[in-house]
Design a binder for this molecule. Structure first.
Ligand code: FAD
Ligand code: NAP
Length: 551
């Protein structure tokens, strides 16, 4: 199969259907081939890479050291690939995904330009029947949803959005040929990670840039730099130990962003005198607010760090009104995914860059020529929407997934996502989700979590085959217990504080239930739990021989 739009018709039946050709889908396909299973990957895009295929906006790059945000399952790949920077940019990561697909000849089992629209479990035949937007109907004994946690883009529901006559573009659907921003009047809506990375780059070329901000963001300097040969050699020499450390860590990280060995902080900001805090601020700047163990766990400590953060913003941003607007005041540091930037605050000192504080001056409408707020209208040639994703559940819920008895996944999840280990859902036999809600997923270096899930799923499929088992699904009691556990671990933390409104909680999506979706028990502990359950004969799962084998 190629990435040509006019791909060959698909076969009717596979052992496993995989949806998505990002890093999760690619590795899953590789592992299934090793097991001698037939597999088809269905991918909406016209090539591999997932996140790194779709998010081509200026400034897009990794926020984890690339030597760690890379596959660990091929020594040859590990040794031959050279990352040019500490945190690689989108084009380089996309090239890496393409290199993997070519090296392991993965594309021949991927149907590109094809979106899965439905996946229905056929109980009598014990298989998943999948349809696509190109009219395909295929079946697989198993289905693996590698659909991504941040792959369902959100466009805000602002009146008049369709009436705009200029160029409008989403960071998450950025065209491959780019968008001509040179000399243009550009607006950007949003100040999350995608916007924070784009803003300094857009400002370099646009005639003017107006940033529409609803909630100010805590962001920390990336301190990105080119990687030296010495860096690469040092990491290669210790790669095996580093990977092992990642797998047993809290967040899938062994190296810090500087590329040096990372140890979770132990010092406490509340134990420092006022003078010592100031000294630390002078020495570490913004980073001072991330280097103490009590900041994420103790609200008083968090308050101290927030005050220091505000001081740093005022030091960098010259206009006091802009500095005040850019300073987060409501939510705790760390309750949202950390944002990493290069010259974000500095960009607001440029004469052609301005900020509209939507808390004081909300957007009323998008007009044919620009954006209208309470205070008046501004005209733009380009509007960039950096407005985020329906995270974790969005890509799954956009597919009509039905399990036993025709139950819809959206019904099963009407009170918030429920599953066992973040991997399988009661009533949806033989369907696996990679980095789904209820797993460490977005709280980690995703590459580590993706590999752990793919390995666990692949080992499970081998176990089922070797034991003549044809149907696997969680017992509802096991699902209930896991959901309670996920909620209990999060309860009382700043992630669920009333003042925190994050996509982790689904709060950016109108009508979505407020529920903290990822599992914050830590990557290492979670892995141990999954392994223990498998070692105990898949405790909590119902394993059975199907009455009728798959046709
Ligand atoms: P994805 O890469 O999202 O791939 C899913 C694929 O499934 C997509 O190609 C999509 O087209 C396809 N798909 C979805 N639904 C369907 C359907 N119905 N039919 C057919 N195809 C479908 N994580 C980190 O750990 N570190 C980072 O620095 C980092 N940076 C990020 C930067 C951005 C801009 C974004 C958006 C996310 C970032 N992430 C980061 C998270 C990132 O999503 C993961 O690291 C990882 O790339 C996810 O891989 P995946 O294969 O699970 O999903
Ligand atoms: P995001 O963090 O959800 O940010 C979306 C932004 O749009 C927020 O500032 C939000 O404001 C704003 N917004 C949404 N609807 C709006 C509306 N109607 N009016 C005004 N503003 C609106 O999305 P993202 O920036 O794409 O990042 C999502 C996640 O992807 C990140 O947290 C991260 O995990 C990953 N990512 C990582 C990197 C990286 O550094 N490697 C880069 C990009 C993305 P509110 O906050 O007020 O809702």
């Amino acid at each position: 199969m190629t990435n040509a739009a006019d791909r060959a018709p698909l076969s009717n039946s596979y052992d496993v259907l995989i949806v998505g050709a990002g890093f999760a889908g690619l590795y899953q396909l590789y592992r299934l081939r090793q097991l001698g299973m037939t597999a088809l990957v269905v991918e909406a895009g016209d090539d591999v890479g997932g996140t790194w295929y779709w998010n081509r906006y200026p400034g897009a790059r990794c926020d984890v050291t690339s030597l760690e945000y890379s596959y660990s399952w091929s020594k040859e790949l590990e040794n031959e690939w050279e990352w040019s920077e500490l945190m690689a940019s989108q084009p380089e990561i996309e090239r890496y995904a393409q290199h993997v697909a070519t090296k392991f000849d993965l594309r021949r089992d991927i149907a590109f330009n094809t979106r899965v629209t439905s996946a229905h479990y056929d109980e009598a035949a014990n298989c998943w029947r999948v349809t696509t937007d190109r009219g395909d109907a295929v079946q697989g004994r198993y289905a693996v949803m590698a659909t991504g946690c941040l792959s369902a883009p959100m466009l805000p529901n602002i009146p008049g959005i369709e009436s705009y006559q200029g160029v409008s573009v989403q960071t998450s659907l950025w065209p491959r040929d780019g968008v001509d921003l040179a000399g243009k009047r550009v607006a950007i809506i949003g100040t999350g990670s995608s916007a924070v990375q784009s803003i300094p780059e857009v400002a370099k070329v646009a005639a003017s840039l107006t940033v529409y901000q609803r909630t100010p963001t805590y962001t920390w300097p990336a301190n990105n730099r080119p990687l030296t040969e010495e860096d690469q050699r040092r990491v290669r020499e210790t790669y095996d130990q580093l990977r092992e450390q990642e797998r047993n860590s809290i967040a899938g990280i062994a190296l810090g962003l500087g590329g040096a060995l990372f140890a979770p902080p132990t010092a406490k900001i509340l134990e420092l005198s006022e003078d010592e805090r100031r000294e630390a601020l002078e020495k570490h700047g913004f980073s001072v607010t991330r280097m103490f163990a009590d900041v994420p766990t103790n609200m008083e400590a968090n308050g101290v760090a927030r005050a220091l953060y505000g001081e740093m913003v005022r030091r960098v941003v010259r206009d006091p009104e802009t500095a005040a607007a850019l300073t987060p005041s409501e939510h705790p540091i760390g309750c949202k995914r950390a944002v990493i930037d290069t010259n974000y605050f500095e960009t607001f000192n440029l004469p052609h860059v301005s900020l509209v504080d939507l808390r004081k001056d909300p957007i009323a409408a998008i007009t044919p020529s620009g954006i209208q707020t309470a205070s008046g209208s501004r005209e733009f040639d380009v509007i960039i929407y950096a407005t985020g994703f329906d995270a974790m559940t969005g890509a799954l819920n956009r597919i009509d997934i039905r399990g036993r008895g025709g139950e819809k996944l959206t019904e099963h999840w009407s009170g918030g996502p429920r599953n066992y280990l973040g991997l399988m859902v009661a009533g949806f036999p033989n369907l696996f989700t990679i980095t789904g809600p209820g797993s460490p997923s977005v709280m980690s270096n995703m590459m580590v979590s993706i590999e752990q899930h793919v390995d666990w799923i692949s080992d499970s499929l081998a176990y089922l085959r070797d034991h003549g088992i044809e149907r696997m699904e969680p017992a509802i009691e096991a699902e209930d217990r896991w959901v309670d556990h996920v909620n209990n671990v999060a309860s009382g933390t700043m992630y669920v504080a009333e003042s925190c409104h994050s996509w982790y909680l689904g709060e950016n999506v109108p009508g979505k239930i407020r529920q903290f979706m990822p599992y914050i028990g830590g990557v290492g502990r979670y892995r141990a739990k999954c392994d223990e359950i498998a070692a105990n004969g898949y405790e909590g799962f119902i394993l059975e021989k199907a009455a009728v084998p798959a046709g």
